[in-house]
Each structure stands twice: as C-alpha cells, then as structure tokens.
Design a protein. Structure first.
Length: 144
C-alpha cells in the first residue's frame, strides 16, 4: 500500500523510501526538483556585478563635454545638463521647459520643504525708547 510508513517514518512506495533521486549537474533530482540542501545557483551572483539602476546612475553622473548657450564647451554630468536645459527652456517661456522644470523640482522634493518662519526683529532698548516716544507723541496729537 502506498500510504505505508517504513521503520524510519518515511512515507511512500518501498522503492523510493530512504533513497535520494539521482542528481544532475544542476543539483536537481530525476523528478526535476532540487535535492535537499541544494539550490540551482551554486555559484551565486558574480562579484561586482551591477544592476541596471547602478549602470544608469553611473552613466548619468559621468562627466561629459557639452556646448553651452554661447557655443562654449563645458564639462558636466548628463543630469546637470538636463537640468540646465530645462531651466533655460523654462526661462524662454516654453511650455515643455516649464513642465520639465516643474517635474524635476517635484522629483527633487523642492516643493516639499516647509518655508522657514519669518524671524521677528528684536528691538534694542534704545530703539524701544524711541518707538515709545514716537507713539506717545502721536497719541498726544490725537488727544489735543
């Protein structure tokens, strides 16, 4: 019977009990499943391998030569050049430039920063005395 257990507590037909399937070079048994304690990627991820995000970041931040507005060659990253172009186009009042600049500012969190509270100017004792005299003089004029 297939549901019988052997003396080690293993279940299944007698020909499969206690035996591991033969493995292929990838660490899989004859049934196509990985053997216990083995995975199919024995070597793992190669050291110093880079993903797309890393490659893109390096390419965008690499120094490059560009021609500026007046034909002068300058060196900057592609990200800087893109931002400069968006600012220039926005200042020329092009719709696309304004949209790009706004999108860049949102992505950079420019609009997320809370405005700094205004600092109230502290008056020196001398300035307070002058102000008090001035306010008293105005009050006296109104009354008299």
């Amino acid at each position: 019977m297939a549901d019988d257990f052997d003396e080690d507590g293993e279940q299944g037909p007698p020909e499969r009990r206690g035996s591991q399937p033969e493995s292929d070079p990838a660490g899989r048994g004859s049934n196509g499943r990985f053997l216990k304690g083995r995975s199919g990627n024995r070597k793992g991820r190669p050291p110093k391998s880079r993903n797309v995000k890393t490659i893109l970041a390096e390419a965008l931040n690499r120094p490059r030569r560009f021609r500026g507005e007046h034909g002068k060659e300058t060196t900057m990253s592609a990200v800087e050049a893109f931002i400069e172009k968006a600012i220039t186009d926005a200042l020329k009042s092009t719709v696309r430039g304004g949209e790009r600049l706004t999108a860049l500012m949102k992505a950079g969190g420019y609009f997320d920063q809370p405005a700094e509270p205004e600092k109230k100017a502290e008056l020196t004792p001398e300035e307070q005395a002058i102000l008090a005299r001035f306010l008293k003089a105005i009050k006296d004029e109104d009354e008299g």
